[in-house]
Write a protein that binds this ligand. Structure first.
Ligand code: HEM
Length: 205
């Protein structure tokens, strides 16, 4: 049953759209939106959070497949790698757009990134650029044009994106937040387990 659900594109699409719809919910159920004193800021933080969560989730798919090669659930999840990766980029784009609206446009971004650089903004910009490149090169025609090996090498940048996103989130929250551990901790553990498994397989008996 769960496997069937996880194989379904419609189900995954619904899960991916829900965090966005959740923001609109208070607009319908109360007279005043319950998004705090600064709704636009609430919105851009929410989109950034969802982008990070989806990035961490999509990165767990491969280690899960390596660690549990016979699991139908792991196989079902791996069918949606591209969709979940692109959704992470889409939420990052919404985060950046709402940030630009809130902070007064590109002038603030250029100031914070290049004139008086703030490291966490540069990390956000670098993460965003990597996710953009990965989303664009996920188009079928470009995958074919690049060839499997080159495409795979380029897409390894996703690990750098995850590290930069974690750094960006830690500094955005100004103190080391438990939330970042919740998001990226399980992924780090799975990656360590995957590396150990692949090494033990590669070792001659
Ligand atoms: C040019 C690109 C980006 C800019 C300018 C930017 C800007 C910001 C700013 C200013 C904040 C902190 C707001 C505050 O608390 O005062 C923030 C928070 C955050 N950003 Fe970004 N960001 C960018 C890209 C990204 C990307 C690509 C991701 C994820 C993949 C991301 C995820 C987050 C998260 C998770 C937070 C913390 C949210 C929270 O406090 O719950 N950002 N961003």
């Amino acid at each position: 049953m769960l496997e069937k659900l996880l194989r379904s594109k419609i189900f995954i699409w619904t899960l991916l759209v829900l965090p966005g719809l959740w923001l609109a919910w208070p607009l319908f159920v109360t007279h005043r939106p319950a998004l705090g004193a600064d709704p636009l800021k609430f919105i851009y933080l929410h989109f950034g959070f969802v982008a990070c969560v989806l990035l961490a989730i999509v990165l767990t798919f491969t280690p899960l497949r390596v660690l549990f090669p016979k699991s139908k659930l792991a196989l079902a999840l791996n069918r949606h790698r591209r969709l979940v990766g692109v959704a992470s980029f889409a939420y990052a784009l919404l985060h950046l757009t709402a940030y630009l609206l809130h902070e007064g446009g590109f002038r603030t971004l250029l100031h914070d990134a290049f004139e008086k650089p703030k490291l966490f903004i540069l990390a956000g910009l670098a993460t965003f650029t990597i996710l953009l490149v990965l989303a664009v090169t996920s188009l079928h025609a470009l995958v074919r044009w690049m060839g499997g090996k080159r495409w795979k090498n380029l897409h390894r940048l996703v690990y750098l994106a995850a590290a930069l996103a974690a750094y960006h989130q830690i500094y955005a929250r100004k103190l080391f937040p438990v939330q970042v551990l919740w998001i990226f901790g399980p992924l780090a553990l799975l990656e360590v387990a995957r590396i150990l498994r692949q090494r033990s397989k590669a070792r001659p008996a």
